[in-house]
Design a protein around this ligand. Structure first.
Ligand SMILES: [Zn+2]
Length: 185
């Protein structure tokens, strides 16, 4: 396991430490799936974990099945025809993780996402019964979609309020991945 002050802080409770180690592990999985995204600018990954600590869904942002290479990856800009921008077509990581689930449903689950959800994904998260959202980046926080997503997550209950929090230790994810050596004796 990576050496990290927070991970090995003897004053932190066992439960907090275990939670932290889970966060590093599942965020690493979300990041590895982000790597698979064909989006040239914003690669996003998601990993859904059930209450038993098992992964029940993963996803990354991509075009709908069969549409890869047929739609543009251009950003929305004022002078671009919206029909020529990715926003019309792309399936976000959260959507793919939810629809790819290996369980009957994702009620009570935690979703790890490498980027804070947009409003459309916030709706999906709420309606699918996910109760916790852990995100890495919030680089789109000025966008209306992100602001609406915060409002949705603040007001929704599934049936309890949704808890969202930022995971900020990207370095620990790097350390975890670096520490894996399948050839070590
Ligand atoms: Zn989204």
């Amino acid at each position: 396991m990576a050496s990290n002050d927070k991970m090995h802080d003897p004053s932190s409770s066992t439960q907090t430490r275990r939670q932290y180690e889970d966060d590093v592990y599942f965020m690493s999985v979300a990041l590895m799936f982000a790597k698979k995204s064909p989006d040239p600018s914003t690669k996003v990954g998601a990993c859904i974990v059930n209450e038993g600590g098992k992964i029940v869904g993963v996803g990354f942002n991509k075009m709908p099945d069969g549409c890869e290479g047929k739609f543009p990856w251009k950003h929305d800009t004022e002078d671009e025809d919206p029909l020529n921008t990715k926003g019309m077509y792309v399936c976000h990581a959260e959507l793919n993780a939810i629809v790819n689930k290996t369980s009957v449903d994702v009620k009570g689950c935690t979703i790890y996402v490498t980027l804070f959800p947009c409003n459309e994904c916030a709706k999906l998260i709420v309606q699918s019964g996910i109760k916790n959202v852990v995100y890495l980046s919030n680089k789109h926080k000025e966008r209306n979609g992100t602001k609406a997503a915060f409002r949705i997550l603040d007001e929704a209950s599934t049936p309890k309020n949704i808890i969202y929090r930022q995971f900020e230790s990207k370095q620990d994810v790097r350390d975890l991945l670096d520490s894996i050596d399948p050839f070590a004796e």
